[in-house]
Ligand binder design. Sequence first.
Ligand code: FES
Length: 912
Amino acid sequence: MDKRVDAETMFRLNGRDVRLAPRVGERLSEALRERLGARDVKVGCNAGDCGACTVLVDGAPVCACLMPAQQAAGAEVETLAGLVAREPLAADLARRFEGQGAAQCGICTPGMMVSAVALLREAPRPSEGEVMDALGGVLCRCTGYRKIIDAVMGRAPGAVVDADGHMGAAIEKLDGRVKVTGAERFGDDVATADALVIKVIRSPHAHARFVLGDLDGFATREGVEAVLTASDVPGVNLFGTIPGFVDQPVFAEGVARFRGEAVAAVVGTAEVMAQFDPARFPVEWEVLPDVQGMAEAMADGAPQLHVARAGNVMCGGFVAHGDVGAALERAHVVAEGEFETGFVEHAYIEPEAGFAQVVEGRVEVHACTQAPVMDLDTLEQVLGMERARIRVVPTATGGGFGSKLDVSVQPFLAIAALKTGRPVRITYERTESMQSTTKRHPSRMNVRIGADAEGRISGLRFDGIFNTGAYASWGPTVANRVPVHASGPYAVADYRAEAKGIHTHCPPSGAFRGFGVPQAAVAQESLFDELADRLGIDRLEFRIRNALANGVPTVCGQVFAQGVGIRACLEALRPAWQAERAKAAQVNAGDGPVRRGVGVAAGWYGCGNTSLPNPSTIKAGVRADGRIVLHQGAADIGQGANTVIAQIFATALGVPVSRLDLVGGDTDVTPDAGKTSASRQTFVSGNAARLAGEALRAQILQRVNAGEDAVIVPGEGGVEVREGARAERIELATLETDAEGYVMRVAESYDPPTKPLDANGQGEPYAQFGYAAHLCVLEVDTKLGTVKPVKFVAAHDVGHAVNPLLIEGQVEGGIAQGMGMALMEEYLPGRTENLHDYLIPTVGDMPPVETLIIEEPDAHGPYGAKGLGEHVLIPTAPSVLNAIRDATGVQMRRLPVTPGRLKAAMGEAGHA
Ligand code: FES
């Protein structure tokens, strides 16, 4: 099976001669990673679309996934690890990437840096345009590119040198070094050389009955080690995220409900699986009628996806406050409309990947994830196995944005490892990743908003349906969150909002930065502009007039005594709003086809679970040698939890952050810090870290009877406590060591105080909200329908900035995703299943972003800090839509606003 084309190909890899005999069709990326150990070369798409695998071949950047290995014969091949180790220019670039926070998850970083090295060799001081050209072929989904541009151009670093690195210090990421040297290990980087390879067999149809053929005969013919089907699932063949909605089979049984659904898996050696063709798998399909649109799914007689969910309605959420009917009746003006958004793909550059093995009767799963303990919960059910016999070890995660909250590869890995007794690995192909994992919910929203003559909102009614696909995933969360948030961060006394999740034969929709709130904000913020215009009130002032404030009830009747920062965010935009509108008027004074527009929009987001328990636990200990170990289980998917949680802990303990050793979310040794979602880690895990730091500090001070203001100075083998002129040293070697090697240890938990919602959605769903307002400047070519963003100004109330550099990175990355949602991204099953047809913003699409950090301390946040991860995207798309309306007079109600759609809408509106 192992076909060779050449007895030996020789080339130089990072300065040393290497030899290999390439297989037929072997890509250079595969040869480098799998046979030459160069795991710093990352593979994101295997199609030359993402550029993550970029290496230098004789000095020129090349996508290693597109180059046959034998073509490297005689060439000099350089990868990131070799460049940083051998070339001062690359080593300097690595330092600059760290100083700018230009690597978030880090999966794109090798491709970015290698491309940048090629540029910098030719042009040591490149222009911004040259940088954009050089990096144009490498996609990043986390950063919004601006910090990468800054790093390549050698601009002054955003990070500061700070001896303590406590709250407020813009220090470099504590885990940044491995990302800029190529040493970071993602899901596809951790398998042992002997691991068997798993390939999943998936439905090519949206809805089909299927019968599996002779699997034993197939296995023998193909020489594979195992074939897995539903009958191989030892426990319950279902997974899901919300109790009561655990409905997705690991392997479909007899019927597939979406294109890409798993029906079986094949496990074999790497050599056998390299030749494996899924078309040879024995399965017969009978195509059944499908419903992919929500209207079809809700129609009488439509095929039902789940027996217990009549009319394909999965579930709904509802909030009512006051009397919306009467309020709209008495309104001076009413704006209303139907808005629609499509599926949005997460498009992280790292496809789902992992490795598993059985060790002393226990199964260990190493995979990229946002929620290691939830993965463990699922595996316990699916494997029907004692929890103590399962270990989940997260690898680095190359972007998640919500989708890696759900399990993907984990059940396949665990079942295959247990069935074969051998190490196994799996990495999804890009198309497989896009077909089978969750998406942002498509939505159809009908909204009516009234205002009085003075511009005060007098009633808002929201009715939305959300396409949740074939299985529930996080659909119930979306259905519940949207009604709580659909008012936006405004005082709306009379309100009624209802949201429903609708099943269709589409991939499951799940969590994606905002859980439905970004879609709702599009409708509400668009209509706000219409209301302001009809009342003759400035659009920003209209929002300020209606902004929520301390002491004013939300639509759930919740009242915050402090920390409501939306007015401050909106007011922070006022100078830019006035200046940019004046500039736009100048640009538009001519009669050319390019019209400039300025848009503004706001957003809010409740941090953590909606009215549900939501605890995090953080553990820490002191070793006899004086090292302080922080067990930090909040998955860092690029957003910076490893740094932020450590900064909070170090502040509470009163030691420099550099004194900490970090241990990640290994379920054997690190307690549950909950999932990385809903902007909860800084708030919830941050509070647990604060409590753990305070508890450890109290233990240390107690040992020497020191007061609260004493200074703790950790050192080699001891801890010194200084108080005035007195200094006492605790000799750690004299203390008893526990089973984990700690002489002192703490574990503290925090669960945000929330109250359940009643039948009308009244209660206290979140202990904390974060607030944001974005301003977008863009230009529309009215002849072509194209939109070019020129600038964003983003004001974010973060309560207390833990690390301003990381905040900027989150804001820029969120804006890039929001811009993509507004202008270009739409997942269409069967049509945009790769990164060539599904477009995400490139470096050339991303305009400058000015971030304004607002600090309205929160009563519950650690040192007043608030969450940020979702907030950064929510106002972006509506600010873009409002800027398009400002430029053209056309209110777009269907996302994404592609040139074709905008041109058609302008035509209808009478544009030439
Ligand atoms: Fe670029 Fe994550 S840092 S994809």
